[in-house]
Write a protein that binds this ligand. Sequence first.
Ligand code: NI
Ligand code: MN
Length: 229
Amino acid sequence: MVKVTYCGHSCFHLDDGTHRILFDPFLTGNPKARARPGDFARLDAVLVSHGHADHLGDAVELSKRCRAPIIAPFELAVFCQRRGAHVHGMHIGGSHAFEFGRVKLTIAHHGSAFIDKTTEYTGNPCGFLVRLGGLLFYHAGDTGLFSDMKLLSELDAIDVAFLPIGDNFTMGPDDAAKAVEFLRPRYAVPMHYGTFEILEPDASRFVHRAQGRGAELAPMEVGETREFS
Ligand code: NI
Ligand code: MN
């Protein structure tokens, strides 16, 4: 059993009773987030899919405070390390067994750079396959639809898929519905919507389009915790 808490945008907190991991911790500056970096006293890892501010978020601060490694594509890991974070760099197609479980990086069709006054390249964006508490989670990061999602479901049975549905920067509801068909997860949890004006405002269109494609559609409210087993 794994307790999943939706912290807003693409940020999820997973707790299997022993280990706690956090994906894409965009908390500070997220108008819809309820959690604050200070709410997380203990983390075993912070997984960051790419360098855009709405995913990197508070990762460096959380890594320092919790002494938790940032697991990210290599170039982004080095970027975080230069800012004082503990890191574990990986790359697409590679997997590694951490104490909490195995992590594998998948492709994601998107960009990845830290954009401030200058633009710093942070490698390729990625998605994550994470084995935790006996379940296989897929966090797609920011991505467009790709047919290799079929390969992911062929290689392993995905229990819970976190999929962007917001459109404009990532898959919209129609393509995300197709992703559900390709990935065949037991549960599909939408993300990356409602945060900014330009994104799909809610999950209703996705739920409508993805119905009947084999997965239980499980949109979560920001701040909601749900147990998956
Ligand atoms: Ni992005
Ligand atoms: Mn994004």
